[in-house]
Each structure stands twice: as C-alpha cells, then as structure tokens.
Design a protein around this ligand. Structure first.
Ligand SMILES: NC(=O)c1ccc[n+]([C@@H]2O[C@H](COP(=O)([O-])OP(=O)(O)OC[C@H]3O[C@@H](n4cnc5c(N)ncnc54)[C@H](O)[C@@H]3O)[C@@H](O)[C@H]2O)c1
Ligand SMILES: C[N+](C)(C)CCCC=O
Length: 533
C-alpha cells in the first residue's frame, strides 16, 4: 500500500508535510521524501504550509506576530506554528467570502448540490490521509478519526440532497391577491470551532450553510488548525467560487474580530459556555443570528430492567470517545440501586482493558488528551473527587505508554468513580476528559428530578426494556437529545443541539436549513390600491 506521504501528494495542502530530519539531509529529502519515506507515523510530521485560506488559495501572512506552537498531543512535540489573523486579514477573508456569495447565491440549488456532492466524493477518496492528520493534531484514535471523516462527507452529501429543496409557501388572500414566501440565504456566515472534532465541526457548519447559498468564514480552534484548510481546498477543487469557504486562524482575538465584523450575517459557534455567552453578546451588537453548540454534563439513566451488557457498552460510549472530550457525553451515570454491583463490575472490567497508546495504531482505542493543561485539569478533577468522597474504581492517573516516542504525550487512564453524590464537583461540572461518575437511584421520579437538576441540557440517555418508561423518561428529560438504549450516535439526518445553557439552534437534520436561511414574504396585489389618503 502507498505510504501516507505518497498519498499526501493527492492532497494539495499536504504537499509540504515533511518528516523531521535535520541539516543537509533535510534539504535533500525535501524533494524526495514524498516518494521514498516508508509512511508517516506518530512523532514525525511537521506542517509547513500556510493554514489560512481565502480568495481560493492558501494565504501566507506577511508576519509571524503572536505565533503559537501547535502540539502533537501523543508526543508533546511542536508540529507547526499557528499565526493568528488580525483585523486586516479577517476583513480580506470576509470580503473574499462576500464576492463568492454573490455568485453562489444565484446558482440553482441543484447546481450547488452537484458541487457539494463532488466535495463529499473527494473527502471520501482522501479519508485516510485527512484522518491521519486529524489524529496527529488532535490525539484521538485513528478508528474514531476515520469515523469522524466519514460523518463529514455524509454531512455534505446530506445537505447536497437538501440544497435543491429550499422552498416557500403560497398564501391565498382575498380578491385574488396572494403572497408567497421565499427561503433566502443570510450572506457571509462565520463558523467558530472547538478542538475535539476539528474537521467534522467544519463540515457540520459549512455543509448546511453552503447548501442554503451562503458563504462561510471558518475559524478553527488554535489548538487544531491543520485540517480545516484541507476542507477549504476540497471545496475549491469541487468547484465552489473562490472565497466561498475561507479559513482564518487565530484564537479569541480573531474570533472577536469575526463576531464584530459588519459584513457577517450569522455566527455559528461550537465551544464552551463562557465563550458562548461572549459570542452571543458580541453578535447582539450587530443583530447577527447565532447558533450556540455549547458544553454539557449529560445524564445517562440505567434501569434495572435494562439489557445489562448493552447498558455497560453504552456507558463506555457515553464517556470515553475522544478521551472523554465530547460535549454530549453522558458523564453522570445513574444506575438503579438493585443492579449497581453487576454494573460496576462489568464497567470497570471493560474500562481497564481499553488499549491506550499510539493513536495512529489500529488497535488503540484511547489516544492522548488535547494538551498538557487539559490533562492536568482532568487529573485535578479526579483528585478533587477523591477529596469530596468519591472512590476511584479504576484509572484517573497519568499514563505513560511503553513506546519511548510517546513519553511526552498527554495520556491518562480512563476513570470510573463510585460513591458519587449530586453535589460533588465531578458531578456538577463538565470535566471534558475520560472520567465517569456513577451514582445509585431508586425511583424513576427521583432520577428524572436529579438528572434535570443542572444548568446544562445537551443530551441524555436511558437504558430500559420498558418501552413506555423509555418514552416517558425521554419526554421528561430537559435535554436536546435523548438516546434510548444507545449513546453518542449522531446520524446527520437528526438534529443535534442543546436546551438550557447548552445552547440553541441546531446542527444536522433538515431543520438546520432554517438556521442558515431567512424567510422573505412577497405580497402580490391583484386589484387596485385602496388608499386611506
Ligand atoms: N455542543 C457541541 O456541539 C460541542 C461540540 C464540541 C465542543 N463543545 C464544547 O466546547 C468546549 C471545548 O472546546 P474549547 O475548549 O475549544 O472551547 P472554547 O470556548 O475555549 O473555544 C471554542 C472556540 O472559540 C474561540 N474563542 C475563544 N474565545 C473567543 C472569543 N472571545 N470570541 C470569539 N471566539 C472565541 C476559540 O478560539 C475556539 O475556536 C467544551 O465545553 C465542549 O462541551 C460543544
Ligand atoms: C459525534 N458525537 C460523538 C456525537 C460528538 C458530536 C460533537 C460533540 O462534541
């Protein structure tokens, strides 16, 4: 099979990914590395290409002001520099997006669909390489990253299918007069992403935006700047007008510039609650529409009549994907008292066998957390939980893989906490790491009240064989999603988003077409004007 680097030739943006070597050898390899190296592995990839994209091409900034190192979580090594865009560059990107928007919005929905389908096809063709880069920059396992890339092209295909279906309503009025409504795009939309699903978040936002006829300027997290620009190149290759999907790099300052820019019609944000509040406040100044996909502390309720093996598997899926750094994770696991011993035994047994290590290896199921500060924060939550009376049944410690190149990586062992109470910090706050808190409950009424006793409301889950109970619980949980007898599946066909402080607006599903379009009413008079004047 072709090596990763050989395959990178087919991704324009990856052509300058070099293996790290020093001195003269490095210069010699610059020409030959793509055809001779045996394949990229953890600890070897350096990204040199510019990571900004507007006007249909990658853009090198004329400065390196405020450059920040970007780390490979599995090794702790610097893999590239992220240079944040300032006011001038943000303005250029938005102007470039606006000129593309003027062309794109006039194209028939079916024409837009054809271009989007081509983008989906290219992503599918290059999924392995995109997934590898995602792993190197994010630390999640290759198995999960491949799934994320598949979800990404599914998303684009799905919205391509809806692009031709934008339609209004015809309304009959007295005297033959009538009105009709049109669904029109908003203009230039901004997407701001978190680091846990870098490529997938970029597609969850851009696919519906573009399908509706908008342009998008996307800002990835400064910690994961590498793959969004590949999406920009793919859209370009698929045939979007230059500028339709732009990428600007940066952190809070760049995000602020985007939210305040008068040329922006909407901000779609994925990230934490505190940042979400700022986004909403900034957007309010320009009366910009906002979608907020924020954090969570979701309850997973396991009744004694559940199919236990599925409930245990569900609890693991609810807690340990992407090293627990998932917004909708079901981290408050409520187990009906009668089955607590069996549940704990099984869940701990399985958690202990999760293979942790090099995320690029097929057998690995848990890679590295995003950063050293994030790792320290999560370990801090475990210490705090112990102080507050929780019992660590397994994990919760730094993990040092045997492979020497992973010694500087941000690994920890997945943790199950028992003896938890609702008032503990680990049960109240979003940890965003592989830490499951387990609590007993007695009755349905009691557990629903406890599950809802939070300011968050992103997701929830219930395991039971009782179909009436399942739907009753789903109805009563205050959350944007309720999984019955599974957890953390999110097919693109179904809406995803929060209640309460987990945000508003939705991603995925047909409804998101409404969040990226606006309604115009046209009233047609068929008689004479009856003037009062
Ligand atoms: N609901 C969802 O779909 C979803 C998905 C993934 C992550 N999340 C949440 O995201 C959080 C983790 O991600 P994070 O640490 O990247 O979140 P974060 O809020 O720190 O950052 C998110 C993004 O906002 C940008 N940003 C930060 N300050 C800004 C400002 N003042 N103005 C504009 N932009 C600004 C960041 O650069 C980044 O791109 C968790 O709380 C998690 O639950 C939610
Ligand atoms: C694909 N998942 C697992 C449902 C995650 C969605 C994005 C949230 O962080």
């Amino acid at each position: 099979s072709k090596s990763f680097l050989n395959q990178c030739i087919s991704i324009p943006g990856c052509m300058l990914i070099l293996l790290v070597v020093s001195g003269p050898l490095r210069r010699k390899m610059a020409q030959s590395v793509l055809s001779t190296m045996p394949g990229a592995s953890t600890g070897t990839v350096v990204v040199k290409d510019p990571l900004n994209f507007w006007g249909g091409k990658r853009v090198t900034l004329g400065h390196e002001k405020n450059a920040e190192p970007v780390y490979e979580p599995a090794t702790g090594r610097v893999m590239c520099q992220m240079v944040p865009c300032g006011a001038e560059e943000v303005d250029e990107a938005i102007k470039s997006a606006h000129s593309a928007y003027l062309i794109w919005r006039k194209m028939a929905g079916m024409e837009r669909a054809r271009v989007l389908l081509e983008a989906a096809r290219i992503i599918r063709e290059r999924r392995d390489n995109i997934a590898k880069l995602e792993v190197i920059n994010n630390g999640k396992s290759i198995t999960e990253a491949l799934e994320d890339i598949d979800v990404s092209w599914h998303t684009i295909e799905y919205y391509a299918g809806l692009a031709g279906s934008l339609a209004g309503q015809h309304v009959q009025l007295p005297g033959g007069t009538f009105a009709y409504t049109r669904r029109e795009p908003l203009g230039v939309c901004v997407g701001i992403g978190a680091w846990n699903y870098p490529f997938q978040i970029a597609t969850w936002k851009s696919a519906p935006a573009l399908a509706c006829g908008n342009a998008m300027v996307f800002k990835p997290s400064p910690m994961t700047p590498v793959t969004a620009v590949i999406l920009a190149e793919i859209y370009k290759e698929a045939g979007v007008p230059d500028g339709l999907f732009c990428v600007v790099q940066g952190g809070a300052e760049t995000g602020t510039l985007l939210c305040h820019h008068p040329g922006v019609a909407k901000v779609s944000f994925t990230g934490s609650v505190p940042t979400g509040k700022k986004i909403m406040e900034m957007s309010s100044k320009g009366i910009k529409q906002v979608t907020l996909e924020l954090g969570g502390k979701s309850p997973l309720i396991i009744f004694k009549d559940c199919e236990l093996e599925n409930a245990v598997k569900g609890a693991l899926m609810a807690n340990f994907l992407t090293q627990g750094q998932v917004c909708c994770n079901g981290t408050r696991v409520y187990v009906q008292r009668d089955i607590m011993p069996q549940f704990l035994e099984e869940v701990v047994k399985r958690t202990k066998t999760i293979p942790i290590g090099d995320p690029l290896l097929d057998d690995t199921r848990m890679g590295a957390l995003i950063s050293k500060p994030q790792l320290d924060k999560v370990l801090g939550y475990v210490s705090q939980a112990k102080k507050e009376g929780a019992r660590v049944l397994c994990g919760g410690e730094p993990y040092i893989p045997s492979d020497p190149k992973l010694k500087g990586g941000y690994f920890m062992s997945p943790c199950v906490l028992d003896n938890c109470r609702d008032d503990m910090t680990c049960v109240k706050e979003e940890i965003f790491g592989p830490v499951m808190s387990v609590m007993p409950f007695n009755t349905e009424e009691e557990v629903i009240q406890r599950a809802n006793n939070t300011t968050f409301g992103l997701a929830s889950g219930v395991f039971t064989r009782d179909i009436s109970r399942a739907h009753r619980v789903a109805e009563n949980l205050e959350a944007g999603t309720c999984f019955i007898n599974n957890y953390n599946i999110s097919p693109v066909e179904v809406p995803f988003g929060g209640y309460k402080m987990s945000g508003f607006g939705r991603e995925n599903g047909q409804v998101t077409m409404e969040y990226f379009s606006q309604l115009k009413t046209v009233i047609v008079e068929m008689g004479d004007v009856e003037s009062l004047f």
